[in-house]
Ligand binder design. Structure first.
Ligand code: CDP
Length: 241
C-alpha cells in the first residue's frame, strides 16, 4: 500500500519536511514543580517534574549528583494496542531508560547532590513519535521547574517511506514505512542525545535525515521557548534562547 501520493505528498497532505501541527503549553499542573502538555498531531503527552527531592530508596543516593528518575508510560486509553492495559512493559521501560540518559546529559545534576529529580511522561493519546514528543515536553517541564540545564532539548523522528525520507512520522508511516529514526538533539551544542534506528538506512540517508532533523528542530525549539515565555510573561523570551 502506497504511503505517498502521486504528487510526492504524504497521505495527510504534508510535504516530506513538514511537521504535524504542534502546540506546547508549559505549567499546566498546579502540584508539579514543572509541567508541560504537548499536542503534536494526534499525540498528547503530559510531562511533570517533581524535585529535586530526597532519594528513595535511600541507598541509591549519589553524594556527587542528582539522580534522574524518568518514567514514560502510555495510558491504557492512549491507543488501540494498549487498550485496557496499564502499567510498565518492556517498551515503556526502554523508553524511560533512554529518556533518563538524555536528561542525565543535559541537567546540571552535580548542582543537586544526594537528590532525585522525577520526570514523568504520560502518553494520553498516541499516533507515532510519542518518545520524542515526551522528551520534548519533559525538557520544557524541567525548565518550568527551574532545573538548570545545558540546553532545552528537542526530539523528532525521520524515516523512509516509499523510498523517500520524511520528517515527523505518524503511526501509519512509522508502522508501515521502511525505517524510523527517533532523534533527540541539543540545538545549542548540536549534540545527538538519542538516536534509535528501526529498519535500515544508508549512511547518506542518515546524514540527510539528520540535516532534516536539525532544520525541524528550529521550529520545535521556537514553540518550546514560546511556551515558557507565555508561562513567565514578565521574562523576556530572548533570555530563554
Ligand atoms: O511512539 P513512538 O514512535 O516513540 O514508539 P513506537 O514504538 O515506534 O510506536 C509507534 C506508535 O505505535 C506509537 O506512537 C503508538 O501510536 C503505537 N503503539 C501502540 O499503540 N502501542 C504500543 N504498545 C506500541 C506502539
Amino acid at each position: 500500500m502506497a504511503l505517498l501520493n502521486k504528487d510526492g505528498s504524504r497521505l495527510d497532505g504534508r510535504g516530506v519536511t513538514d511537521l504535524r501541527p504542534l502546540k506546547i503549553t508549559a505549567g499546566v499542573l498546579n502540584r508539579a514543580a514543572g509541567s508541560c502538555l504537548i499536542e503534536w498531531g494526534r499525540n498528547k503527552v503530559l510531562a511533570a517534574v517533581y524535585g529535586p527531592h530526597e532519594v528513595f530508596p535511600k541507598h541509591l543516593t549519589n553524594p556527587r549528583r542528582a539522580l534522574i528518575n524518568a518514567r514514560y508510560i502510555m495510558a491504557p486509553f492512549s491507543s488501540q494496542e494498549e487498550h485496557g492495559r496499564s502499567g510498565p512493559n518492556r517498551r515503556s521501560i526502554e523508553i524511560s531508560k533512554v529518556a533518563r540518559h538524555v536528561f542525565e546529559n543535559v541537567v546540571f545534576t552535580e548542582r543537586f547532590p544526594k537528590t532525585m529529580i522525577d520526570v514523568h511522561m504520560e502518553v494520553l493519546q498516541s499516533d507515532g513519535g510519542t518518545r520524542v514528543s515526551a522528551i520534548t515536553a519533559a525538557s520544557v517541564a524541567l525548565a518550568d521547574a527551574g532545573i538548570p540545564m545545558r540546553d532545552l532539548v528537542c526530539g523528532v523522528s525521520v524515516g523512509r517511506v516509499d523510498g523517500k525520507l520524511v520528517v515527523d512520522l505518524d503511526k501509519y508511516e512509522d508502522n508501515l514505512g521502511e525505517s524510523d529514526v527517533p532523534v533527540v538533539i541539543s540545538p545549542r551544542t548540536k549534540e545527538l542525545l538519542l538516536f534509535q534506528l528501526d529498519g535500515l538506512l544508508s549512511k547518506k540517508e542518515v546524514s540527510e535525515g539528520l540535516d532534516m532533523i536539525f532544520e525541524a528542530a528550529n521550529v520545535i525549539r521556537e514553540k518550546q521557548v514560546q511556551a515558557l515565555a507565555d508561562k513567565f510573561k514578565d521574562v523576556d523570551s530572548g533570555d530563554l534562547q
